[in-house]
Design a binder for this molecule. Structure first.
Ligand SMILES: O=C1C[C@@](O)(C(=O)O)C[C@@H](O)[C@@H]1O
Length: 768
């Protein structure tokens, strides 16, 4: 009989082992922190940070002071307007300060940079460009439109510029990353198709040099003005959640930016940093002083050093190639090297160069290197860091030989590098009435050119036999579990799962371990240092396992493969909560979680922990001790305790930071049959009680997240989401979380990024 998972309070430190397998009384699970690949922990520890602690000063245009309140709300801080930047003192530390652009002008150059960080918020309807002097002097600049206001864009801008959310670390931990090189003369043309264009991309490149600014009479300016570029960038950012790469490619390297004045490059690239662009492409030929300055001034943006050689004489096995790499890495977060080659063998030379660089300079920034032209296409299938891709819907390809994500995947599949796998959606009888997900996954695989087969299968209500059979196949490619299964349940395995990893059981991600619920099973080759899994059935044929016809006699996983039990839904919750609010809006605040069991509550607790909330009030479940360790938990066990939390008076922002204010976020995992209770609590916590004005957050709409699946039920009587909105909450539902969770599931299962907007679009509204 298999030992149960240890109670969570006795969680081992990362790297230690926890019971699961069948070798010992208390057998072990490899904890993901030992694994080299991307893990959610990167996102918790690396992705979310406290960020810039300086006072944020928003400079606003005539009649635009309301934008200060919006910034404050997104950041979760109180705000006030002041006459000038000089009036900001240490006492304003936790406030957002608004200063009119007019007044700020006189003092911006002499501001105390250690005390304030300035953002020039300019509404483009007031005219473009913004005040040239302010633009040049400010730390950051945010351009917005009033007619269609994109709160999501603002959230992402401040989360990034103030260093609260880092895409780079998360992306660099991914096994493969791609960026789409858009080549539109006008971004408007891209917008209708942006969701489909970006499937498979981790970032979007805007080729600034290819933008064509109309001057009237059919003429275009030689290079697009900063004003035009700013608006184009704003448009793109409003429509895609992906990080952006800002490129001013020069004439010598297949671009249109003139090379006679390097300062022009500095001007545009530095402005891109001010605009909060995530990646700035800096060409290596630029004077070192410019490259150094941009690197030093890059703030939260990351520098992609770029070198292209179109001469046809470039040689990867040369001293020159190595010295170009060394020169590039000095001022780079990613080094990009791209060359025209003449012979297919030069692709192998590039691979040798890649591995040599990795071995000899292990601490260098990641290398993104490909060859151009048809001959070089092979290298585009092998490069793993930010491979530039195109899409059939683009007007032109950005460089000779560029391929689409689908073409790359198809090529990899053809040469055995991306073998066809069976991927499952494992449901339970209780989910029988749910809308089928298979068509959506098939659409994604099709769009991405993935060879995999997807099938929704239903597990038996009891036991693990069916799940183990699906997972125990040579061609098993991973699965999601909907509903999720508890680790305790999975730990009852006496068969295949228990046999993995020489009897130590599957690898557990830290999220799955702490949450105690598994919703994703990821297949991955073991590293040489960790032990290989031991299939419980003998290996058999290489290909051809057909879904639904798997017997226990069929082949098990290949010997160098392990299974990772993971949890994607906490990430879906985190992404939903941070869609319209920066992480700082949650730091230290109080939350309420309602659920009928700890299992139902755990993903939300994990997300709230990642957001560093100060205190969690609980209703309906006992908090697992593992959470109680890092979070201040208080169960609501009487009406008095609720009343106390409601009226708790946060004296100033300090106490809010310690979770002492009345709850700012309410998450409910209670089913529709408990709507009344949820509605009642939401009403109670809706309007900020009198006397809380001192806390300064009276401008903030509180947040309500309903995890109960309302799909297919139509508008519910007493729908807590509706009540929440009436009570002044910003309400989110299961549909948002499901879509964001699907994004994460696809990343985990097939390593590809399918943007949230595409998930919503392709799966149809009624699906969620
Ligand atoms: O640097 C690169 C790579 C690229 O030149 C290519 O070869 O695909 C395409 C460019 O748009 C991009 O900036």
């Amino acid at each position: 009989m298999m030992a149960a998972v240890q109670p969570l309070e006795s969680l081992p430190a990362p790297g230690q082992r926890q019971s699961f397998g069948r070798n010992h009384i208390a057998m072990d699970i490899d904890i993901e922190t030992r694994a080299p690949r991307a893990s959610h922990e990167m996102t918790i520890r690396g992705g979310l940070q406290q960020g810039d602690a300086r006072t944020v000063v928003i400079m606003y245009g005539p009649g635009q002071e309301q934008i200060v309140a919006v910034f404050a709300e997104v950041l979760g801080k109180p705000y006030r307007l002041k006459g000038g930047i000089r009036d900001v003192t240490r006492d304003d530390q936790d406030w957002v300060i608004g200063v009119s652009a007019e007044s700020a002008k006189a003092e911006i150059a002499s501001r105390n940079r250690g005390l304030v960080v300035t953002i020039n918020a300019h509404c483009t309807t007031l005219g473009m460009p913004p005040d040239i002097y302010l633009s040049a002097q400010t730390d950051y600049e945010w351009l917005y439109t009033e007619a269609s206001f994109f709160r999501r864009d603002l959230t992402r801008f401040v989360s990034h510029t103030l260093g609260q959310l880092s895409h780079h670390e998360t992306l660099m931990a991914k096994p493969r990353t791609y960026f789409i090189s858009t080549t539109f003369p006008d971004v408007h043309a891209a917008l209708p198709n942006i969701d489909i264009l970006t499937v498979g991309s981790d970032a979007v490149e805007i080729r600034v040099d290819l933008l064509k600014e109309p001057l009237g009479n059919g003429r275009f300016s030689e290079i697009p003005s900063l004003s035009y570029v700013g608006e184009q960038l704003m448009l793109l950012r409003q429509r895609t959640e992906l990080p952006i790469i800002f490129t001013t490619r020069c004439t010598k390297e297949n671009g249109r930016f003139p090379m006679d004045n390097p300062d022009l490059f500095y001007e545009y690239l530095y402005r891109a940093i001010q605009w909060g662009v995530e990646y700035i492409d800096v060409e290596l030929w630029l004077p070192e002083t410019i490259r150094r300055r941009l690197y030093e001034q890059r703030g939260s943006s990351r520098i992609m050093s770029a070198f292209h050689d179109f001469s046809g004489t470039f040689k990867w096995p040369s001293q020159r190639a190595e010295s170009i790499f060394l020169q590039s890495r000095r001022y780079a977060d990613i080094v990009k090297m791209i060359a025209i080659i003449n012979d297919h063998n030069e692709n192998f030379e590039l691979e040798y160069f890649r591995s040599k660089i990795k071995a000899e300079y292990p601490d260098s920034p990641p290398l993104s290197a490909v060859n151009m032209g048809e001959t070089g296409q092979f290298s585009r299938t092998l490069n793993k860091v930010f491979t530039p891709i195109t899409h059939p819907l683009l007007p032109i390809i950005a460089a000779p030989g560029q391929m689409s994500a689908a073409e790359i995947n198809q090529a990899l599949a053809l040469v055995g590098q991306l073998p066809k796998k069976n991927i499952y959606g494992i449901t339970s009888p209780s989910m029988r009435s749910a809308i089928p997900q298979a068509p959506f996954y098939e659409k994604c695989f099709n769009e991405l050119g993935l060879p995999h087969h997807f099938a929704v299968v239903e597990r038996q209500p009891k036991g693990l036999a069916s799940i183990e059979t699906w997972c125990n196949q040579r061609n098993f490619g991973g699965a999601y579990l909907n509903p999720a299964m508890s680790l305790t349940n999975l730990a009852t395995s006496k068969g295949f799962f228990a046999s993995l990893n020489n009897g130590n059981g599957p690898v557990l991600s830290e999220a799955a371990r702490l949450i105690g619920m598994v919703d994703t099973i990821v297949v991955r080759p073991a590293t040489s240092s960790s032990s290989a899994s031991t299939p419980s059935s003998p290996p058999r044929q290489q290909n051809g396992d057909s879904v639904g016809a798997i017997s226990s006699t069929q082949s098990g996983l290949p010997p160098n493969t392990s299974l990772v039990f993971d949890n994607a839904s906490w990430k879906g919750i985190l992404s939903t909560l941070t869609r319209d609010l920066a992480p700082s809006a949650y730091f230290g605040c109080a939350a309420v979680v309602l659920a009928s069991s700890a299992d139902d509550a755990a993903s939300a607790l994990f997300a709230l922990k990642a957001l560093k909330v100060g205190k969690v009030y609980t209703v309906g479940f006992k908090t697992p001790p593992a959470f109680a360790k890092d979070l201040l938990i208080e169960p609501f066990n009487s009406l008095e305790s609720i009343q106390r939390a409601r009226t708790v008076n946060a004296n100033g922002t300090e106490s809010i930071r310690a979770g002492a204010g009345s709850p700012f976020v309410v998450v409910s995992a209670l089913g529709p049959e408990k709507s009344n209770l949820v509605g009642m609590l939401v009403r109670l916590f809706g309007s900020p009680p009198r006397g809380e004005a001192g806390a300064g957050r009276e401008n903030s709409r509180r947040v309500f997240l309903d995890l109960a699946d309302g799909s297919g039920h139509g508008p519910r009587k007493g729908d807590p989401g509706l009540i929440a909105e009436q009570c002044g909450f910003a309400a989110y539902g299961a549909a948002d979380v499901t879509a964001f969770t699907t994004v994460e599931t696809l990343r985990l299962l097939v390593g590809q990024n399918v943007p949230y907007s595409f998930v919503r679009l392709a799966s149809g509204r009624q699906f969620f």
